[in-house]
Ligand binder design. Structure first.
Ligand SMILES: NC(=O)c1ccc[n+]([C@@H]2O[C@H](COP(=O)([O-])OP(=O)(O)OC[C@H]3O[C@@H](n4cnc5c(N)ncnc54)[C@H](OP(=O)(O)O)[C@@H]3O)[C@@H](O)[C@H]2O)c1
Length: 254
């Protein structure tokens, strides 16, 4: 059965691999046998991820990339395809969040969230997708959020972009089938640098305890199984799907 989820010799491009969920995903995919191309803006942190993978006997490379720079995305994708002949799996994980009430949010701030969390995901998926279509193989995994299902005060740009990413995932599935699948993961609250302020907020912790069947924050490890399912051949007949991994947060009215 382990073969079903195997990533042996798969070439994976993973954005936001420098820290948080992306770092854990990089280690998970490399641990399953993939060569992980770790993309992001902070090269030092990407190198740390790549070293951690190498220490465990895995294969990793650093890909310096700002996903909002369209020309750079094109250049890096072409360079990777020249080097490795293919990209088997794309994990569109990089993301940002701004916290401000709508009435205080400038259009520029709203646009910045949508640029990174939706437009850039489109650009990366389009550029990688061209090669996947030509090779007639590919797995695209977009990291959305429970904020694609719920609204929440102060994060309008993020909520709008994450909803949009679920829609984009469906369209990628429609246009890239039958050999390329596109799915999304919608994580609940997982402890990372993205939500340090919430981790310290007593009221928020009490709410999360009450509103999740799991009665706890998520850990990056909680996404390992869902990621391998959608990135490997185990998920071959799944496409256009958003897999919610939230400890029950969106199914409970507490
Ligand atoms: N943590 C949660 O509870 C949670 C819940 C739901 C969804 N998510 C989603 O999961 C993903 C990862 O979140 P996280 O919690 O791991 O966040 P994080 O710790 O803040 O990490 C974000 C990652 O994205 C990269 N990134 C941001 N902007 C980028 C850009 N323009 N170009 C390239 N890379 C960029 C960052 O690297 P550099 O800054 O070095 O570029 C970093 O590696 C995000 O899409 C987030 O929305 C997280």
């Amino acid at each position: 059965m382990a073969d079903l989820f195997a990533m042996k010799n798969r070439v994976v491009l993973l954005t936001g691999a420098s820290r948080g969920l992306g770092r854990d995903m990089a280690l998970t995919l490399a641990g399953a046998g993939a060569r992980v191309l770790c993309a992001g803006r902070t090269v030092k942190e990407l190198e740390a991820t790549a070293r951690a993978i190498a220490r465990k006997g895995g294969k990793a490379e650093v890909v310096p990339l700002d996903i909002t720079d369209e020309a750079a995305v094109r250049e890096q994708v072409d360079a990777i395809v020249r080097r490795h002949r293919r990209i088997d799996v794309l994990v569109n994980n990089a993301g940002i969040i701004y916290r401000e009430k709508i009435v205080d949010t400038s259009t520029a701030t709203f646009r910045a969230a949508v640029e990174t969390d939706l437009v850039a995901q489109f650009v990366v998926a389009r550029e990688v997708g061209r090669h996947m279509l030509a090779r007639r193989y590919g797995r695209i995994v977009n990291i959305s959020s429970v904020m694609a299902i719920l609204g929440r005060a102060t994060v309008a740009g993020y909520v709008a972009a994450k909803h949009g990413l679920v829609g984009l995932t469906k369209n990628l599935a429609v246009e890239f089938g039958p050999h390329v699948t596109a799915n999304a993961i919608a994580p609940g609250y997982i402890r990372t640098e993205l939500n340090v302020a919430l981790q310290r907020d007593k009221g928020f912790n009490a709410m999360l305890d009450q509103r999740t069947a799991a009665h706890r924050w998520g850990k990056p490890e909680d996404l390992r199984g869902p990621l391998l399912l959608l990135a490997s051949d185990a998920g071959a007949y799944m496409t256009g799907h958003t897999l919610v991994v939230d400890g029950g947060l969106t199914t409970i009215l507490a």
